[in-house]
Design a protein around this ligand. Structure first.
Ligand code: NDP
Ligand code: 8X3
Length: 254
């Protein structure tokens, strides 16, 4: 019976950016999509666009009970999830660690770390039971390379990278693949959120440079999800063509 249904991907944070582009691409490729996020109106609009093979579910990923309830109550046609794309996340602020808002730090940890582990823990038993599944986590170059003001955001993304590898260690032999996707500069609502609605500041981030587009990441996720089962892509790092590394900062004392 299940074989007659298209494969299903659950994408957290599908109301904009990477998540939305990923939902659109998988839908176009004939997959069922479960799209989530807090902004229910946006989810409804996207669900209308994607049609009958899309299920919108509005909840806050950092709410442990809400995540459990949503996944436990997936309707029969949508409850065999082949791919979980843990994408919901955010950066808040760019202040140094001595000035940053500690509520922002809590929210990044609650969303980028706790939300991701809640979704993963709740979906895994069904994947293990089916002997098939793929967890695709959205990390960041910020998890590997430090930059001023990246403090807790970078720390949460380092967690995503290491948690992904540790998931591999637990799940090898059970038919479950795990991948950490680690993008650099991409134009989404990311900077608008980081700068708390300041459109001018957000637009400066992407001005006069060639950034990653959400569709680039969606295509990468689709490629990862459709590799043959004899391989696992552990992690993939993608930077913008116009982005690279700076030298170490050296403080001169004289
Ligand atoms: P967007 O701001 O465009 O999208 C973020 C998505 O996360 C939205 O759909 C938002 O939905 C959702 N989200 C945030 N908080 C919550 C929450 N508490 N509960 C449920 N959903 C939530 O940014 P991106 O598309 O860029 O970000 C997607 C992921 O990519 C993030 O994990 C981000 O850290 C990562 N990333 C982004 C990069 C970039 O340069 N853009 C580079 C590297 C990684 P809603 O607000 O409706 O809840
Ligand atoms: C988003 C990329 O470099 O702005 O994760 O932190 S960066």
């Amino acid at each position: 019976m299940q074989n007659k249904l298209p494969k299903t991907i659950l994408i957290t944070g599908a109301t904009s950016g990477f998540g939305r582009a990923t939902a659109e691409l998988f839908n176009a490729k004939g997959w069922q999509t479960i799209i989530t996020g807090r902004r229910g109106d946006r989810l409804e609009d996207l669900a209308r666009e994607l049609g009958e093979f899309c299920l919108p579910l509005s909840f806050d990923i950092s709410d442990r009970k809400a995540v459990k309830t949503a996944i436990e109550n997936l309707p029969p046609n949508f409850n065999q999830v082949s791919v979980l794309c843990n994408n919901a996340g955010l950066a808040l602020g760019l202040e140094g660690a001595d000035e940053a808002n500690i509520d922002d730090w809590d929210q990044m940890i609650d969303t980028n770390i706790k939300g991701l582990i809640y979704a993963t823990r709740n979906i895994l038993p069904s994947m293990v039971n089916n002997g098939e599944g793929h967890i695709i986590n959205i990390g960041s170059v910020a998890g590997s390379y430090p930059y001023p003001g990246g403090n807790v955001y970078g720390g949460t993304k380092a967690f995503v990278s290491q948690f992904s590898l540790n998931l591999r260690a637990d799940l090898v032999g059970k038919g479950i693949n795990v991948t950490s996707v680690e993008p650099g500069l991409a134009e989404t609502e990311f900077s608008l959120v980081r700068f708390k609605g300041d459109r001018e500041k957000a637009s400066q981030v992407y001005k006069d440079t060639r950034f990653i587009k959400p569709q680039d990441i969606a295509e990468t996720i689709y490629w990862i999800a459709t590799r043959p089962k004899n391989i696992n892509i552990n992690k993939i790092e993608i930077m913008a063509g116009d982005q690279a590394f700076n030298p170490f900062k050296i403080v001169k004392r004289s």
